[in-house]
Design a protein around this ligand. Structure first.
Ligand code: HMG
Ligand code: MG
Length: 313
């Protein structure tokens, strides 16, 4: 959609269920089912989807099929596909696998979570990422940089706003197109998110700031609204509220895509995404793939509505 198009969305959604969602499942989901999930997501109108993770397969076995998945990915026109990369080896795997439009790097704002997640200090992780930034620039691939534990760390507790601001600025200076501020364990609250976004936006332009909100305390949607009011226009979401970081104890799923789309559309904020198609995708994932009850609230509510309508027929 071009600028000025009356149907152009007001916010951009970065869908992370194939990566953040499935990395946290107990069972390995087949490559074929992952591909189907990605196809359903893009068919709903989502335009950016994180589909894989080129991390160590012994650390995240659920996504060990990243190479194969990307090599056979059926791309939809107008969709940008992303994947996580922790180091140069991950970048090499990504490039060998097939075309990916967005390289997702990640580093935590707290030392202990970074150590647990990538087995090195923040400074060492930034050094490991240097060739990823360089090679992405040379190859013309956008880098999206996650900053994790921005609202709190599962090991250290409070995280200084200054640490988040400094890391965000540094990642942009290194060439990231955007930074995604990750409330990894979902402990943030609206005032905190407002303050954090304001602080980061004083050093990084607001169009480059995304929010990646986990929903552990049920505040992710309120935090997204606070972020929107603070000027953020990019939100990471996950179908039916799947997600979590295996190296952050207590972390639960991301804000559900259906919940964010429903809230924003009701507030007159266009998302460009078809809620019914998302509900169909979640119903399929729940019934045919994961075989367990998925948490998304709007998903559950819409399923209930459908059931009542069916019975009334
Ligand atoms: P390490 O063990 O310290 O790595 O792990 P190493 O460099 O010492 O290498 C050890 C072995 O791993 C070697 O193999 C390497 O080749 C291999 P060996 O010689 O023993 O046969 N290796 C790799 N293999 C495949 N792909 C690679 C790779 N790199 C090394 N890329 C490492 C360091 C970073 C690899 C590991 O700690 C790791 O993979 N961590 C990933 C953890 C993870 O994926 N966490 C979840 C994603 S982050 C997240 O969810 C947060 C986010 O959603 C935002 C938010 O919510 O805040 C993004
Ligand atoms: Mg996450």
């Amino acid at each position: 959609m071009s600028e000025g198009d009356p149907r152009a969305p007001d916010v951009g959604i970065y869908e992370v269920s194939p990566r953040d969602g499935l990395q946290n499942e107990d069972e390995f989901v087949s490559t074929e089912a992952k591909l189907e999930l990605i196809a359903l997501l893009t068919a709903s109108g989502l335009r950016r989807v994180e589909v894989a993770s080129f991390v160590s397969p012994s650390w995240i076995p659920q996504l060990a099929d990243a190479d194969e998945l990307v090599s056979v990915l059926r791309r939809s026109p107008g969709v940008r596909y992303g994947a996580l990369v922790p180091n140069e080896k991950g970048y090499e795997r990504l490039r060998a696998a097939g075309p990916i439009d967005v390289v997702g790097t990640f580093v935590s704002a707290s030392e202990t979570h970074n150590q647990k997640n990538v087995n090195c200090s923040i400074a060492e992780q930034l050094a490991r990422l240097a060739p990823v930034f360089e090679r992405s620039r040379a190859d013309g691939i956008a880098v999206r940089a996650y900053v994790s534990t921005v609202c709190g760390c599962p090991y250290e507790g409070e995280v200084a706003v200054r640490a988040v601001v400094d890391l965000s600025r540094e990642l942009i200076e290194r060439g990231a197109a955007e930074v995604s501020l990750g409330d990894t364990i979902g402990v943030g609250h609206p005032n905190q998110v407002r303050e954090l976004v304001g602080a980061v936006a004083s050093e990084v332009s607001i169009e480059r700031i995304a929010l990646h909100l986990h929903d552990t305390y049920g505040r992710a949607l309120a935090n997204a609204q606070a972020g929107f009011e603070g000027g953020v226009r990019i939100f990471d979401t996950s179908l039916a509220g799947l997600g979590g970081c295996p190296y952050a104890p207590g972390a639960s799923g991301n804000v559900a895509t259906e919940d964010l789309v429903d809230l924003f559309e009701r507030e007159g904020i266009r998302t460009g995404v078809d809620l019914d198609a998302l509900v169909d995708a979640s119903a399929w994932l729940e019934r045919d793939v994961l075989g367990r009850r998925l948490p998304g609230r709007v998903f559950r509510a819409r399923l209930g509505e459908r059931e009542r309508e069916r019975r009334a027929l």
